[in-house]
Design a protein around this ligand. Sequence first.
Ligand code: NAP
Ligand code: G4F
Length: 325
Amino acid sequence: MSEAPRALITGVTGQDGSYLTELLLDRGYEVHGLVRRSATDNLQNLRPALARGVLNERLFLHFGDLREALGLHRLIQRIRPREVYNLGAQSDVALSFELPAVTTEINTVGTTLLLEAVREAAPQARFYQASSSEMFGRVRETPQRETTPFYPRSPYAASKVHGYWMTVNMRESWGLFACNGILFNHESPRRGERFVTRKIARGVADIARGRTKTLTLGNLDARRDWGYAPEYVEAMWRMLQCAEPDDYVIATGEAHSVRDFVEAAFAVVGLPWQDHVRLDERLRRPAEVDALLGDASKAKEKLGWAPTVRFEELVRRMVEGELNA
Ligand code: NAP
Ligand code: G4F
């Protein structure tokens, strides 16, 4: 193996994992990704990274699963990474109401197993945990910051609260360099297809191309602080370059409703949204997170991080991404 700094990414095939892979390759890292075996292609997001022609030279993919304790231990022992980014998760909030045990197994037990493997096999490694603004749930204050108490509203959010505290606990008990990034929603053309921004972007593009007439959604009133994913993976990396481990909120500080997103997306193709959007009660969640808005002042001050892609630009990039697909 080369002398380049080595990083291990779980969830490497996901939106964030793929952007982080490209960022780390750009910065001279040797990148190792944990990939789940799947019957159909789950490497789509990694195509740009794979197209660099560095597979098995500076980019290595390993089959594994966050629930496989010995596999994680062996892999970390073999690679001895300098940095470990735990991005792997059952990340679909709506689905977590249907799969609460599986969500807990992957997000809670999986995170614990990975932290344990790092503690045993590479205790000097720096660890990033993908924590979530969903943990704020029924919000106790607005905007939400690092000190805002959690009030999880879904099995997903509850699983992430446990992962958050395991990360803090490993830092305080065993001196691990472990950080939580409490990231607010961040999107891109690589966003999973079930999340609302991608669903809207794809629906609008399909309607503009005459492939369908309607887009069916749940709650249009929910508000989110939506940022651009490639900028958010930069924040992850910066957290692990600090002198001391800490926890950071990453957000734009601007909130919009799902309705705002719909309006802006239809505006990109010049169509009236009211003619095409239908509501379906079955897409509403048993418990909703009504509004999230983050305060990333600490990240700005300590990491020198600030978002540049704003809401209208994000919507445009996502709709154009679908039109060009
Ligand atoms: P994503 O696109 O859904 O990617 C999730 C990744 O986890 C995929 O690579 C998936 O593999 C992998 N995975 C699922 N189950 C696994 C298991 N049992 N073992 C190993 N890997 C497994 O998620 P994302 O949007 O990139 O988000 C990355 C992380 O940040 C997640 O932990 C998410 O919960 C968290 N987060 C996301 C946001 C956001 O707005 N995007 C905000 C806050 C926090 P497959 O490809 O095989 O399914
Ligand atoms: O796009 P969403 O499914 O994302 P959600 O639930 O905010 O979770 C995402 O962001 C979290 C960070 O806060 C991550 F931790 C998590 O892993 C994930 O990446 O839903 C956004 C909002 C919700 O209020 C939902 O009820 O959109 C509303 N919505 C309305 N109609 C819909 C739909 N959501 C989906 N997925 N599909 C709909 O048809």
